[in-house]
Structures are given as structure tokens and as C-alpha cells.
Write a protein that binds this ligand. Structure first.
Ligand SMILES: Cc1ncc(COP(=O)(O)O)c(C=O)c1O
Length: 275
């Protein structure tokens, strides 16, 4: 009962395909009730178009949730704001401060436009829990009864330390570092950038020389990780495994990115030598 919606060439959700999928399900007697958009896809940093999805949800009685676990806070960055237009129309949104804000794990947040719905779904008072309602009981809003206060404290401390302007400049810094890395990759004749969204995840591949076997990017990433100087993941893009650098640590510098590019080239040469 789960439908994966195709994406367009820029790796965002294809709103037309979503509309067609919903219409097909409804015609088949099914009742689609929720669409999950992504604000900052893990694989390519794309931000789904919110407004057409909300419009469809409103006209068909569906809930519009956005997974902004990694990229939800990008809405605060002026150069990204246009991509996030329509956030105020969401029914719910997840944001993980343990990702872009480097708050220690696990610190995720679910935000809802109408908290009364959560209360209606989750509120349960056993007889031994009777008490006044002058302050909200957080246990009325989720499945958890007892919870560690330190989860909120570490987020509070981070926000208190950074302030709103500090959060924006941290996220802008990640944007700038990603732009630097894209530039370094773009200018190197042996590397190719892959299409990706506006958030700071940079996907790329080692260009094949045309002679010998194609580069095994999974092997390259594994060997690079084992050398211990940089960390690079891989991701599948249209059936092809490519390299993926996600910039989300406040200590990262341009020198680290130079090291990363140097490591990729060194390991790629090593692999070519082995084969
Ligand atoms: C877009 C997105 N959603 C959800 C998750 C899962 O997050 P969590 O750390 O809360 O399990 C990830 C993790 O990478 C993610 O990138």
C-alpha cells in the first residue's frame, strides 16, 4: 500500500506523477491518505516542490507530511528560501537537530500545524495520573510517557549558544563548503559531478578513461575510509553507484575538502594500478 513517486530530472518529486498515482488509486477504490515529501533528500540534496503537493492534498483530503530530518532547517537560509515555499501549508514536518545542528544523537523533532490532533490521538490518563491541566503534559502528545529531559536540554543549549543568526550562518557555511567542493570537482578533468539538489550533498564519480574496467566506486569509498584521512559514502543514482560527500560537521574546512579530493584521486590511481 506504499507508492514510490517518481522524480523529475532535478531529482524532486514529480507532482504530475503523484497526481496520476492518487487518481489511479482512487479509481481502484483505494483511499490514499498521506503524502510524504522530502526537504533535502539524503541521496542528492533535493527539495520537493511543496505547493502543488499541498494543493493536491487539500483537494483530496490527504495529510501532507514533509521529511525535513536532514534538510528542513534549510528554509532559514536566504539563498534556499525559494525552494521551501509552501512550508506553512504542511500538516507535519520532521527535523533532526542531531543532523544539521550537530546536537548529540538522538534528537529528532516532529512539528505539527495542529497539536490538538496529536492530543486527540495519544492522550491517555490512567487513574493514578490524574492532575491539573494548567501546564501541558507532553505525554498527551506522543506514545512516550516518561522521557529524558536531557534530550530537550541539549537542543536548548545548542540554540542558546548559536542563536538564530548562528544557525543560519552555520547552514550557509555548509552551502559555501559544498560550492567549494563542487568547484574543485568540476575543474578536475578526472572527476564528474552528478546532478543534485541545492543542499550540501555533493555526488560525483571518477571519470572513466575508456580503457580498462569502469571505476568501482563502492571499492573506492571503502578503501578511502580505511585509509582514515577522510570519510566518503556512496549512493545509488539511477542505478549507478557514485560517491557522496555530505557536509554536515561544523569543524569541516576547505582544507579538509582538498584532502578529500586528494584522497579520491590517490585511491582511484591505486585501484587502477591493482587492476
Ligand atoms: C531525509 C532523512 N530522513 C530520515 C532519516 C533518518 O533519521 P534518524 O536519524 O532520525 O533516524 C535520515 C537519515 O539520514 C534522512 O537523511
Amino acid at each position: 500500500r506504499l507508492r514510490t513517486v517518481p522524480s523529475t530530472a532535478d531529482r524532486r518529486m514529480d507532482a504530475g506523477a503523484l497526481r496520476a498515482a492518487v487518481a489511479a488509486d482512487r479509481a481502484a477504490g483505494l483511499l490514499p491518505f498521506c503524502v510524504v515529501s522530502t526537504l533535502g533528500t539524503t541521496g542528492s540534496g533535493a527539495v520537493d516542490p511543496l505547493e502543488p503537493v499541498t494543493e493536491l492534498c487539500r483537494s483530496t483530503g490527504m495529510w501532507h507530511h514533509a521529511d525535513g530530518a536532514w534538510g528542513g532547517l534549510g528554509a532559514l537560509v536566504p539563498e534556499l528560501a525559494a525552494a521551501y515555499r509552501g512550508m506553512d501549508g504542511l500538516d507535519s514536518l520532521t527535523v533532526d537537530p542531531h543532523k544539521s545542528l550537530s546536537v548529540p544523537v538522538g534528537c529528532g523533532a516532529a512539528l505539527v500545524s495542529d497539536p490538538d490532533r496529536l492530543r486527540a490521538a495519544f492522550s491517555f490518563r490512567a487513574s493514578y495520573l490524574e492532575g491539573g491541566d494548567d501546564v501541558p503534559w507532553m505525554s498527551d502528545y506522543t506514545v512516550e510517557l516518561t522521557r529524558p529531559g536531557t534530550r530537550a536540554l541539549k537542543l536548548w543549549a545548542t540554540l542558546r549558544h548559536l542563536g538564530r543568526s548562528g544557525v543560519v550562518s552555520l547552514l550557509q557555511r555548509y552551502q559555501d563548503l559544498a560550492a567549494y567542493l563542487r568547484e574543485r570537482i568540476g575543474e578536475h578533468p578526472g572527476l564528474d559531478l552528478c546532478a543534485s539538489g541545492p543542499l550540501p550533498v555533493v555526488c560525483f564519480r571518477v571519470r572513466d578513461s575508456g580503457e580498462g574496467p569502469r571505476t568501482d566506486h563502492a571499492a573506492l569509498a571503502a578503501r578511502l575510509q580505511a585509509r582514515g584521512h577522510a570519510y566518503l559514502a556512496t549512493v545509488e543514482h539511477s542505478g549507478e553507484t557514485v560517491l557522496r560527500a555530505c557536509i554536515c560537521n561544523y569543524l569541516t574546512t576547505t582544507a579538509d575538502l582538498d584532502t578529500l579530493v586528494g584522497e579520491v584521486l590517490a585511491v582511484s590511481e591505486q585501484l587502477a594500478g591493482v587492476e
